[in-house]
Design a protein around this ligand. Structure first.
Ligand SMILES: [Fe+2]
Length: 288
């Protein structure tokens, strides 16, 4: 016999954590180990379907203006960052891996903020998707930290640049703008630059680092794809509206334009055909 229909709201598990609560735990964890653990815990809850359902039209939950940070690395303005050393030298390789670890560390927070700040506006799959991405970023950080350890160092040994939260701050009021800039501009940039890094590490005989970056590149295609999929859903995807809206939002919220060369095949796999990014290219000749 079919179960009688439940009164509206009776199925809601009052003890289930909200996306905002889980996101705050990630964002407010300063220590790298605690932040990684919070990201994996959030994804375990989300993937088991134990996330509280978003309340349609519910109030926006307060999210921290800035995520908590460990005492090291020293954060510097991008222009004040020291040079990485002679290309291919052990010092330069360590500095590159350190910079990538810093990007992954920030990406944990960017994904958590996406889930926590905007999850109440979206279907449950949205927060779950971004908690999966936060957990993958935590795994990337762990792999990069291990490479740093194999070279006798650790995350925090070098200064790191403090500009990565800027895109989040500039788009904290607007989900479409956030989805345009963070996954589809910043993370998409990772798709463009990582293949050359993989080739460089292979040429230097560092297969371990090359393999780690290849795994990261593969996951990052999925992050850009998630951004593109949710962006199309938020802005509507009919008659070229999504791509036009993307151009307007990127021009409004991202300074400087996009830099070639582009990884066309990885971008296409993520849903970004050339008409999405070529018109935003800052240094492309007009005939390209
Ligand atoms: Fe990512």
């Amino acid at each position: 016999m079919a179960e009688p229909p439940r009164p509206s709201g009776a199925a809601r598990d009052e003890s289930a954590p909200t996306a905002a609560q889980l996101a705050r735990r990630i964002l407010l964890a300063a220590d790298p180990a605690a932040k990684q653990q919070a990201a994996h815990a959030a994804w375990a809850i989300a993937s088991a379907g134990r996330l509280a359902e978003p309340v349609p039209g519910g109030p926006a939950a307060p999210m921290p203006d800035r995520p908590a940070r460990p005492t090291r690395p020293l954060l510097l303005p991008p222009a004040a960052m020291p040079k990485r050393g002679r290309a291919g030298s052990p010092r330069a390789r360590f500095a590159l891996l350190h910079a990538l670890a810093h990007i992954a560390f920030n990406a944990i927070d960017l994904a958590a903020d996406m889930a926590g700040r905007f999850g109440h506006l979206m279907p449950p799959g949205f927060a779950s998707d971004w908690f999966r991405i936060a957990a993958e970023e935590a795994a990337h950080f762990a792999m990069l930290a291990e490479l740093l350890a194999e070279q006798g160092g650790s995350y925090g040994d070098l200064p790191a640049h403090d500009g990565l939260w800027e895109a989040a701050r500039a788009t904290s009021h607007d989900l479409a703008a956030r989805l345009a800039v963070v996954p589809q501009v910043l993370e998409a940039r990772g798709l463009d630059v990582t293949p050359a890094m993989i080739a460089r590490f292979r040429a230097l005989g560092d297969a371990r680092a090359a393999d780690v970056l290849a795994r990261i590149l593969n996951d990052e295609i999925g992050h850009v794809a998630a951004g593109n999929r949710w962006f199309r859903q938020v802005v509507g995807d009919s008659s070229g509206e999504a791509v036009q809206r993307f151009h307007v939002l990127v021009r409004a919220h991202f300074r400087g334009g996009l830099k070639p060369p582009f990884n066309d095949s990885a971008r296409a796999e993520a849903g970004l055909a050339t008409d999405w990014y070529q018109p935003l290219c800052a240094r492309c000749p007009p005939w390209s």
